[in-house]
Design a protein around this ligand. Sequence first.
Ligand SMILES: NC(=O)c1ccc[n+]([C@@H]2O[C@H](COP(=O)([O-])OP(=O)(O)OC[C@H]3O[C@@H](n4cnc5c(N)ncnc54)[C@H](OP(=O)(O)O)[C@@H]3O)[C@@H](O)[C@H]2O)c1
Length: 323
Amino acid sequence: MQEVELGRTGIRVSRLVLGCGNFGGIGSAPAFFGLGETREQAFALMDAAWEAGITTFDTADAYGGGRSEEAIGAWLRARGPAVRDRVVLSTKTFNPMREGADHGLAPARVRRQVESSLRRLGVERVALFLTHEWDPDVPIAETAGVLDELVAEGKIGAYGLSNVDGAQLREALAAGSFGWVQNSYSLLDREPEREVLPLCAEHGLGFTPFGPLAGGWLAGRYRRGEPPPPGSRMTLRPEPYAHLDHPRVYDGLEALEARAAALGTTGAALAVAWLLAEPRVSAVIVGPRRPAQLEPALAALRLELSAAQRDELAALFPSCGLS
Ligand SMILES: NC(=O)c1ccc[n+]([C@@H]2O[C@H](COP(=O)([O-])OP(=O)(O)OC[C@H]3O[C@@H](n4cnc5c(N)ncnc54)[C@H](OP(=O)(O)O)[C@@H]3O)[C@@H](O)[C@H]2O)c1
C-alpha cells in the first residue's frame, strides 16, 4: 500500500484510511450508540485492513459514544506492540459523548477529550487530531492554542479541521497550524472543489475525504424504483442523502455501472479511483461494514484514471457538478 505525507504535518498515512465510524454505533448519533459493528466484526475489519496495508485508522471520541475508540484500543492490545507502534491513529472531538452531554471546542473540553480518547485507545499519543465540527461559540485561536500545547506535550502529533467551509478554513489558517482538512467529497458531493480544495493546495494542506461512496449510493446500494435495503444507511440515517433520490442521480449511477462493467470493474471501485486520481487528495477514508467490502477500495488503487477519464466520470453527475 502506498503511503503519502499528509500535507504539512510530516506524518505519513496510507492512501486508504479505515473509517471506524460504524464500530458500536452509526457515527456520533446517540440514537444508535451500542448498534453498528460488534467488537468481533470491528476486529475482523481492522484485521482485514491491516493485512491489506492500511495503517491509518479514523475514529472520533463520540463514534458509538466512545465504543469505536474502545474497540480500536482492545484490538491494539490484542495485536500487540508490532501493530500498536506502526498504526497511525486519527481521532476528533466536538460532538456530545451521550444525549445531553457537553460539546464543542472550548480549550478545557478539548484537553479533557484528548486525554479520554488516549485512555479509550490505550495509547500515549495519537498522530492525528481533528476538530470534528466548526464551533461558532469558541474563537478558533483558543482551540488552536490548546492543540499547540497538546502537540508540545506529545499527546497529539498534528492537528487538522473537519467539516469546514472556505471562510472557516481561512480563519483557522490565520489562527493556528492546521495541517489538513477532512470533508465529505465524492462524485455525488463536489462542494470541496469550490473553495476548500483550492485553499488546501495554496497552503500546502492535506485533504482526506470521507463519504467516498456517498453513504453507499455509489456502490449500487440504491436502485431506481426500489425501496432501500433493510438495515441500510438510507433506512437508518437518510437525512444527509435524501436529496440523492432523484431521477438524474439514478441516470448517473446507471451510467457509472455501465462504464465500470466496460472496464471490468465496479462502480464503487471507480468512485474511489476518481478520488485517488485527484492530485489534491492525500488519502481516502473508506467505510466498509464487512471485510469483503474493502475490495472495491483496494481495486481502486490499481485503477489509475487519467484527468480526462476523471472529467468524463464527473460529467455523469451534472447535478453535482462544480468544476
Ligand atoms: N468527519 C466527519 O464528520 C465524518 C463523517 C462521516 C464519516 N467520516 C469517516 O469516514 C468514514 C467513511 O465514511 P462513510 O461511512 O460515510 O463512507 P461511504 O463509503 O460513503 O459509505 C459507507 C457505506 O456505504 C456502504 N458500503 C461501503 N462499502 C460498500 C461496498 N463495498 N459495497 C456496497 N456498499 C458499501 C455501507 O452502507 P450500509 O451501511 O447501508 O451497508 C457503508 O455504511 C467513517 O467511518 C468515518 O471514519 C467522517
